[in-house]
Write a protein that binds this ligand. Structure first.
Ligand SMILES: [Zn+2]
Length: 295
């Protein structure tokens, strides 16, 4: 039987923790969830989308054989929070860290997501969603098993509420949710692309050169490099939308095809091709609106 996910481990011996990166298949957008393993415990960052992926993640935690001491949800998109009830059960006593806005979005979009995705995923779509129950406001530093977790509420960026987590005494590892994609087309549907760029610029200024970023989709790599690539991708996407839409908030189907052609020619090796056209009208709307208010 084909496994729903793969798993890879990255050791940070000097910092006393390891990161186990679990990655889903193309059907669920090569999404990553992470198990941070410390000396005596594990901390889960994000929880996959479908039941079989969440079961894979749960089994990976069981295989490590250490207590799950906390869960962190990076942002309110279902490929990152959906699987949590399968992993910890409804009757749990675990702190689930995330932003208050993230919790709100998960609760408020519950029915819409159910309507949109259950026909496609069937019984693989979890019936119960568990939102964050311990809110991060602004910046906060917490220690799990003596390992430093430095949280930063980013606000609107890739999603309606993004959270960034730096782990280790030297902030050597950064988890950014979907603020950064690596060698994959980005999910542009939430329509905050200009804010997204400005938040990335601030993150880049603060990150030191040896930092490694773990992304929501794609392999980890140096922070500086990945953030630069992500900013350039968003700018290119915005510019091409603007030159095609000419201030209109909607692209015709023909225009969308041309747009997909341009983006995929510029990024020929990127995966998740469907994301290109999916976000086109959201960014066109954003561009049209920002143009009208800047006059
Ligand atoms: Zn995602």
């Amino acid at each position: 039987m084909k496994l729903p996910c793969s798993i890879k481990t990255f050791d940070y011996h000097a910092e006393n923790f390891s990161v186990h990166m679990v990655t889903s298949s193309e059907k669920t957008f090569f999404t990553n969830a992470f198990i941070v393993e410390t000396e005596n415990s594990v901390i889960l960052i994000d929880s996959m989308m479908t039941i079989s992926e969440a079961e894979f993640l749960k089994q990976s935690i069981i295989n490590i054989g250490k207590e799950l001491s906390a869960v962190i949800i990076t942002h309110p998109h279902p490929d990152h929070y959906n699987g949590l009830s399968t992993i910890i059960g409804e009757d749990h006593h675990i702190s689930i860290y995330g932003t208050e806005k993230s919790s709100e979005v998960i609760i408020n979009s519950f029915d819409d997501k159910e309507k949109k995705w259950r026909p496609y995923f069937g019984d693989e779509w979890p019936k119960v969603k568990i939102p964050p129950n311990r809110f991060i406001q602004g910046s906060e530093v917490l220690y799990f098993d003596n390992i430093r977790f430095s949280f930063e509420e980013i606000g609107k960026g890739e999603s309606n509420s993004d959270l960034l987590i730096k782990v280790g005494n030297h902030d050597s590892v950064i988890f950014v949710g979907d603020l950064v994609f690596n060698n994959m087309h980005s999910f542009m549907n939430d329509g905050h692309s200009s804010l997204w760029i400005s938040k990335l610029q601030k993150i880049k200024e603060k990150a030191h050169e040896s930092c490694i970023i773990f992304t929501g989709h794609g392999e980890p790599d140096q922070a500086y490099l990945l953030i630069e690539k992500q900013i350039n991708y968003i700018k290119f996407y915005q510019n091409e939308i603007q030159s095609i839409s000419q201030g209109r908030s909607h692209l015709t189907d023909d225009e969308k095809s041309i747009f997909v052609e341009i983006i995929s020619r510029r990024y020929p090796n990127y995966k998740l091709l469907d994301f290109i056209s999916a976000g086109a009208n959201s960014v066109a709307t954003e561009m049209a609106f920002s143009k009208s208010i800047s006059i």
